[in-house]
Design a protein. Structure first.
Lengths: 382, 305
């Protein structure tokens, strides 16, 4: 009770506590807002309400007076209030714009069977299709042009490919470094190595991107002699570099958090420092290590600048590390500026954003489960 | 992270000065915000500010225009930003820019949105011409290609230089990002609307394309005329076996060079002010057009009517 009374006597503390609480809760609010905003733009695609076929029925502007008003409104995709605020002249101008758009379609495309396909349909988004001019069914992401092709598969594969390369590069490196620094290194070395690695986190990803683009790409090409100078390997290593400090810091924390007694006990039983680190510290710090890897995965998946600069951005579907690749994040960054807002391409980019969110959400969910299970097993409950 | 912050056991009293400091910061922050907003407002209201936004292809030229124009007209302030043609149109629609520079014409969809927001069509002004150049590495023996060859190469049907009379080696394709007007124009004019090969790498900006082609012995890329140094520019023939034409002012004006286009400025008709009309008139006049040549594009053909 005495504590409580003290609390009331200090209004300053109370205010600060409430402020901190508000800040904490506002992050959740922000998260929800972001999700709602991104999801709202992508929703029409998910509900199948978007039709991006090239050739669509045209109502002639000459017959404007004989068209029922509701038909006209839905034809021009106007909301009720927008429609009310428009006079005949404006509606006429909009109908003429529609007709002009139709006239601009090249003759060769009007007869093309592709031109009546709704390219925002889920089948075109996920399955291969043999478009005119192709020799076999293919996954095509070419959102700009006469017929907009929005197949998401090359981008999904591209994102996962560079992320995996990034993790393959970063995880062994940073776990090794963390184990060394926390268990094996002499104090003097530790005091140098730890801040240096953590300093890596301060390098902006643009700088890493330039480094990959100008230095690393040429070096690796002369080493391996492949055709594409910018490819998944270069971008993946760049991504790895951004993830190393993150994984290192968390892993090192969890290694240090292992009770000293474990190590001392194993040393007393005759284990070498290496055996103690590898067979005692690493397994008992496993929950932290898994958490570090999941955060690293999220970092790699979400990183944009490095991939944009170093991956070559070719939207080809291939699992080869030496092929140029296009990730979802780079696609959003590169194409958002030009997408007609509210159009099919614009919504597709938001769909990509939602997908990125979904992937990292599921990964965190699974990761959380693994961490909990590991903890339970280490606690001896299992 | 927690270990970076030393754990201090603070008593309640110790927090009082911290609180007042916090209040001070908040009040100061609010004041700065107010001042900032106010300054922005006054800045816009004071006559003579023109904002220009849009195409990255045109951003250097627009900056040169703005600098020279401001030097001669001290009452006018012009702000130029890039971001892409689509960004410019979006800004024109929400009325956050006065002039939108564009490397392509307004699309039907964008035209509709414009009519919806400002009740009229935006006014279109051609301001310069551009000949799209095709670049290869300087060590490449090939000097010219036909439009048909280019189509086959960029759609991925020809993948080896030996089919074009070069060495037996694969072709690496470089392109601008799909958000650029240049990409779209090339796709429409050279590929007749067909898809680019999926192996084509897309880079940010023409300067990067040229840098990549300059480094890659087997590379081929395209971009605006203004950046054409550091890699070899190819001559282009309309048909196979036809006469190849280098891009220059004469061939672009006469239409002999097959891949040339106009560059545009769009203006919102309802916010049109005399300053904007003067600026656009100056751009299209002799002074503005001579700057076009300095930057490396081609001036508008002189009308003979």
């Amino acid at each position: 009770m005495g504590l409580r009374r003290g609390h009331r006597a200090r209004p300053g503390e109370w205010i600060i506590e409430k402020l901190i609480q508000a800040v904490g809760l506002s992050t959740i609010g922000l998260m929800v807002l972001i999700l709602v905003f991104v999801g709202r733009e992508a929703l029409p695609v998910l509900m199948g309400r978007i039709n991006t076929a090239l050739v669509q029925p045209i109502l002639p502007s000459k017959e404007i007076d004989s068209i029922p008003r509701d038909d006209l409104r839905s034809y021009l995709e106007l909301s009720r209030s927008q429609f009310e605020g428009m006079d005949r002249e404006m509606l006429m101008a909009m109908m003429e714009a529609r007709e002009e758009g139709f006239r601009d379609i090249p003759e060769s495309f009007r007869a093309d069977p592709d031109s009546t396909v709704n390219t925002a349909d889920w089948r075109q988004l996920l399955l291969p299709r043999q478009w005119t001019g192709y020799t076999r069914p293919e996954f095509v992401w070419q959102p700009v042009g006469t017929i907009h092709k929005y197949n998401l598969v090359p981008l999904l594969v591209g994102s996962l490919k560079v992320t995996l390369v990034g993790l393959l590069f970063a995880v062994p490196l940073s776990l090794g470094a963390a184990l060394y620094v926390s268990q094996l290194a002499p104090v003097r070395v530790r005091e140098w190595v730890k801040p240096t690695i953590e300093l890596l986190a301060g390098i902006p990803s643009v700088v890493l991107g330039v480094f990959c683009l100008l230095v690393l790409s040429g070096l690796l090409q002369s080493l391996f002699g492949y055709q594409f100078r910018l490819n998944a390997l270069v971008a993946g290593i760049g991504l790895g570099l951004t993830a190393v400090p993150l994984i290192f810091t968390i892993a090192e924390d969890s290694f240090t958090g292992v009770p000293r007694g474990y190590v001392q006990a194993s040393l007393a039983l005759g284990a070498s420092p290496w055996q103690a680190a590898w067979q005692v510290v690493l397994p008992s710090a496993m929950p932290g290590v898994v958490a570090a890897m999941i955060l690293g995965f999220g970092r790699c998946l979400g990183e944009t600048m490095v991939v944009l600069m170093a991956s070559g951005n070719a939207s080809m579907l291939s699992w080869s590390l030496f092929d140029s690749t296009r990730s979802m994040t780079a696609t959003i960054a590169a194409e958002m500026a030009e997408a007609v807002s509210g159009g099919g391409h614009y919504r597709m980019l938001f769909l990509l954003g939602t997908l990125l969110f979904a992937i990292s959400f599921v990964t965190h969910l699974i990761g959380g489960r693994i961490v909990r299970r590991l903890r339970r097993r280490l606690g001896g409950v299992a | 992270m927690a270990r970076l912050l030393p754990c201090r056991h603070t008593t309640g009293r110790g927090l009082q000065p911290a609180l007042s400091e916090f209040k001070g910061i908040v009040i100061g922050f609010v004041r700065v915000l107010c001042l900032w907003g106010w300054m922005g407002l006054v800045g816009r209201v004071l006559a003579g500010e023109i904002t220009v936004k849009g195409s990255d292809t045109l951003v250097v030229l627009a900056q040169r225009w703005a600098e020279t124009y401001m030097a001669g007209h001290p009452g006018t302030r012009i702000q130029v930003t890039g971001g892409g043609t689509g960004t410019g149109f979006a800004a024109l629609q929400n009325q956050t820019t006065d002039i939108c520079t564009a490397s392509r014409r307004l699309k039907a969809r964008e035209l509709e949105t414009c009519i919806r927001t400002f009740r009229k069509r935006p006014a279109e002004h051609a301001v310069a011409m551009d000949g799209l150049s095709v670049y290869v590495n300087p060590s490449n023996p090939i000097r010219e290609l036909s439009l048909e060859d280019l189509r086959e190469v960029f759609t991925g049907r020809i993948t080896n230089w030996k089919d074009l009379g070069g060495p037996d080696a694969p072709i690496t394709l470089y392109s601008r990002e799909s958000s650029s007007g240049t990409y779209e124009f090339f796709k429409e004019r050279v590929l007749s609307g067909r898809d680019f090969a999926p192996t084509m790498q897309t880079l940010q900006g023409t300067a990067q394309v040229i840098q990549a082609v300059g480094q890659d012995r087997l590379g081929i890329g395209y971009g605006g005329a203004a950046y054409g140094s550091g890699a070899k520019t190819l001559g282009i023939a309309r048909t196979r076996g036809g006469m190849a034409v280098e891009p220059n002012e004469k061939t672009v004006h006469s239409g002999e060079y097959p891949v040339s286009r106009y560059l545009y400025c769009y203006v919102n008709p309802s916010t049109d002010r005399p300053e904007i009309a003067n600026f656009l008139g100056w751009i299209r006049g002799p002074e503005g057009q001579s700057l076009v040549r300095d930057v490396g594009y081609y001036p508008l053909p002189v009308r003979r009517d």
